[in-house]
Design a protein around this ligand. Sequence first.
Ligand SMILES: NC(=O)c1ccc[n+]([C@@H]2O[C@H](COP(=O)([O-])OP(=O)(O)OC[C@H]3O[C@@H](n4cnc5c(N)ncnc54)[C@H](O)[C@@H]3O)[C@@H](O)[C@H]2O)c1
Length: 376
Amino acid sequence: MQIAPQRAISRFYSVDVNLAPLFCCRKINSVAKQALRDTRETSVQPNQRRKVLVTGGAGYIGSHCCKALYDAGYQPICYDNLTTGHADFVKWGPLVVGDVAESAKLDDVFKSHAIVAVVHFAAFSSVDESVTNPHKYYRNNLAGTLSLLEAMRAAGCLNLVFSSTGAVYGSADSKPISESFPCAPINPYGASKYMIERILSDYRAAYGLNSFCLRYFNACGADLSGLIGERHEPETHLIPRALMAIQGKLKALEIYGSDYNTPDGTAIRDYIHVVDLAAAHVLALAKLLKGHGGGSLNLGTGTGFSVGQILNAIRATTGKQVPQISRARRAGDPSILIADPAQAKAVLNFVSRHSSLETIVGSAWAWHQATRQDNL
Ligand SMILES: NC(=O)c1ccc[n+]([C@@H]2O[C@H](COP(=O)([O-])OP(=O)(O)OC[C@H]3O[C@@H](n4cnc5c(N)ncnc54)[C@H](O)[C@@H]3O)[C@@H](O)[C@H]2O)c1
């Protein structure tokens, strides 16, 4: 079992005075400083921190969640096989390199640490790849989760926050979508997540394993202090691909469909900043630790932006036009997908605070300018 040095935690606290150059506009910079002031919890002693296992904590959303957990007084323990994650994103606690399918290794982690809860991000998440290679998705996402659940039950750890997705709704085109909308995923990725939600519901009833399934809509943006950000390889998401096109790392951004029934003809989605997502996980975890049984909740803002509006925001932030090429609509892509966030507000008291287009694009652009590798 490989444990990375803890000294990265203290490095975090010495870094923030050097953050300013990462931010391209003064407003984002002041938001970043306020966010750091709001979340800092230096008073919690290491031995008082409750330990939370974060599977997939070296990935995009998982690493932001580790930071939020640490700032809220928890001790994240990252468990990641580094297939799509990055060891340099693990800055707020130890890294255990392992696969969720490795039962003995998981048992070891639960024995070595008094883990009070698990936040489970580890999964593959490319919709297109899941269609051509469903086995990979059911094996990793579904079988991997079953293995994790067995280890949790064996250790008596009965609190889980699970990364689900708006893809469980399939091609729903109602606006906005509430949790009562029927789930009908249209690809193996969404199906694997929905199956896990069903399993978790059964485990809650039978074994008292409580869980929140958080259905993210479009995750985006980067840590407001510039320490971590989005680094998928290959990158498939709109905003990072648009920024890569501006940087000359892509020839042009493909825009799928410009004949939708929307004001500018491009598809409308609900974009939620990764820092907001991370905050929601901390709220869900706290609720579980107080004895709440959990459930399924949308994480979105309730507001939609079209691809055209995103590209305008990118032009306003960067001063550059995104090189683009029009393509036909993709099968199964609805014109509008917006979350109804009312349940997350009612149950978790969650509201998104950092999901303005300005903050999303500004933080993503700062991250791309500062760190993005050329070989993507
Ligand atoms: N990015 C989005 O917009 C989005 C939207 C909805 C849901 N999600 C879900 O959120 C989660 C995180 O997504 P992300 O964008 O951060 O992806 P990511 O690829 O950056 O992170 C996934 C992490 O899990 C690790 N991992 C994968 N399989 C593993 C295994 N078997 N054992 C241990 N570690 C493993 C990877 O190495 C990686 O660090 C996923 O479950 C994804 O399905 C993401």
